[in-house]
Design a binder for this molecule. Sequence first.
Ligand code: GTP
Ligand code: ZN
Length: 370
Amino acid sequence: MNLSSPSPLSATSSHPLARYGWDDRWAAEFASYAETGLLPGRVVRVDRGRCDLVTADGTVHADTAFVTPHDPLRVICTGDWAAVEPHGNPRYVQAYLPRRTSLVRSTSSTRSEGQILAANVDHAIIAVPLSAELDLGRLERFLALVWESGAQPLVVLTKADLIPDPVGLSYLVQDVEAAAPGARVLAVSATEDDGVEPLAELVSGGTSVLLGTSGAGKSTLANALLGEEVMDVQAIREVDGKGRHTTTTRNLLVLPGGGVLIDTPGLRGVGMYDAGAGVDQTFSEIAALAEDCRFHDCAHETEPGCAVRAAIEDGTLPHRRLESYRKLQRENQWIVAKTDARLRAEIRDDYKRKHAAGRAALRAKRGRQG
Ligand SMILES: Nc1nc2c(ncn2[C@@H]2O[C@H](COP(=O)(O)OP(=O)(O)OP(=O)(O)O)[C@@H](O)[C@H]2O)c(=O)[nH]1
Ligand SMILES: [Zn+2]
């Protein structure tokens, strides 16, 4: 049985939660909870000790006390598949299934702590606006975050109608492709409905999120994918614990062309959090080149036989890429160091050692001169 792509004929495809992403693998992992009478549900919203889940019986408002541990990365979040009690007032979420992917950001630049933004995301759409000059460094930062999460990045150049010249547009696409190895890049105009269809098809088989800076065109793109009516329909009315009707907005929406879109406020303008592997993956072509460096620990500075510098010299690797790689590596080390005292001590000792070595070399040099 191929677990990663459930057959369309499988029993779960007719399950009422299939359109929310329920598949054979989730069903298998849920089996032990099902035996105890718990219901499966996908979290569509989390809010102050409560969450909304879609279940086969409709939306359930449940208490999250048992799935809100101290570790902020393990707190239940939108996109999680959870086990919820079938009755009770309130009903409790008892557990959630191990996440396939987790999108994590650092909460702030001063108090470095990871925060889970969304779980079980398959595609992360990174919106890059063509209304402004391309900021490839910023794109690379988003890519690192996405690769680290385990989701597949999809770069969308938004507002493509602003670049009417197809040749100019193709150059821009090429520049972005060179900065995003392993990711699909497509140009879309949401206002002209150009390229929305291929994008809808790409994300139809899973859960997606939209990332990008303010004004990048995320909301416009979300509306184009969802259709405005869908947005309205899914602002659901339901009875809360006090017996009143309340209107709540879901952060996880079913796309008319298949798949679901997670759109939580916290997703906007995210910063990386401990994304070492993600940074390496973002610059995968540099790692591939480095395999041919003479020294396996080559820093691509002044070493002889450096394949990375050779690629820069012959024009196959933009110098900007190596600079950006180093910058993001340093940034990530800094983030990690802030949360990891041991590493912080190591960096300090390393600095002292280098400093001492530098001073010794200086003394030796002075000694020779004197
Ligand atoms: N020409 C053109 N303009 C667009 C397109 N998509 C969005 N815009 C414009 O770009 C601006 C920002 O779009 P939004 O969709 O609000 O951007 P956003 O990323 O959601 O912004 P935040 O909500 O601040 O995060 C708006 O003025 C849109 O009208 C497009 O395809 N073509
Ligand atoms: Zn090298």
